[in-house]
Design a protein around this ligand. Structure first.
Ligand code: BT5
Length: 254
């Protein structure tokens, strides 16, 4: 049945009980010529990755950990819109499983009740000559975890913790795959603007005061928009309006 619900493009699902990181295997398969739409799934990861060398806690059997190989006909500078596309698809797929709003926080967080329910890690794979052979979009979602290790307890949550329901991971997986397909087609056919407007609708952060850390720099201001390249546009306290292409955001700092 799962086969029938799965769009054509995710016909090729490579499922493992355990992997170091689904993104790493997907990048290797992409470099070896895997088809667009190939999907790598693991029941647990021993070295699940976040951004900037951080790790992603990947408890066995309770979360969803997967990576999708894409080969979009998009100029390289538009690749950040793939992360936004995946974020929009994921949040809309998850929403029916929660009575509370699931929201997006730039650049790649999926939040429920102010805690992190999931995250997205997109990585480009370069071919010789520095051309992009494709992009791996990795998605991690906390579904049925009953608790988190102490160092994550204050930041992480799961659908189960927030709703006391235990959804089938396979149901959530098929929803996400279907929405990814839908929004990927929209991105390719209509460009980033419908994705950006969905992102704005699903984010609670525009209009909020924020603190943004980028390397050693810290900026404070109000998040006012996302620009066409997926950068966060901030009106800094100095009055200057500036677009950021990366960093860590704290909402409503003291
Ligand atoms: C992310 O990084 O949010 C991207 C996470 C992507 C994970 C997926 S799983 C499938 C695929 N294969 C991989 O190897 N990765 C992708 P970042 O924004 O850097 O957030 C990482 C931070 O979130 C950590 O430093 C922790 O504070 C926190 N964290 C770690 N594991 C978590 C979890 N399971 N739930 C919530 N927060 C977590």
């Amino acid at each position: 049945q799962r086969q029938r619900q799965t769009p054509r493009w995710a016909r090729q699902i490579i499922a493992h009980d355990e992997l170091e990181s689904t993104n790493d295997l997907a990048k290797k398969l992409l470099a070896d010529g895997a088809e667009e739409g190939t999907l790598v799934l693991a029941d647990t990861q021993t070295r699940g990755k976040g951004r900037l060398g951080r790790s992603w806690f990947s408890e066995k059997g309770t979360g969803l950990y997967f990576s999708l190989i894409l080969k979009p006909a998009l100029p390289r500078e538009q690749h950040p819109s793939l992360t936004l596309m995946a974020a929009v698809a994921t949040v809309e797929a998850l929403q029916p499983f929660s009575p509370h709003p699931i929201t997006l926080k730039w650049p790649n967080d999926i939040l429920l009740n102010q805690r992190k329910l999931g995250g997205i890690l997109s990585e480009q794979v370069l071919a010789p000559g520095d051309t992009v052979s494709g992009v791996v979009v990795g998605i991690g979602i906390n579904v049925n975890q009953t608790r988190f290790p102490e160092e994550l307890a204050a930041v992480a949550t799961s659908l189960y913790i927030e709703t006391r329901e235990q959804p089938e991971r396979s149901d959530i997986f098929s929803f996400i795959i279907n929405y990814l397909y839908k929004y990927y087609q929209i991105l390719l056919e209509d460009g980033a603007s419908p994705i950006l407007s969905r992102w704005r609708q699903n984010s609670r952060m525009l209009g909020s005061s924020i603190l943004l850390r980028q390397g050693a720099e810290t900026h404070t201001g109000v998040a006012i928009d996302l620009d066409a390249a997926g950068r966060l546009v901030v009106r800094l306290n100095s009055g200057e309006v500036r677009a950021f292409d990366g960093g860590e955001v704290t909402l409503h700092p003291g």
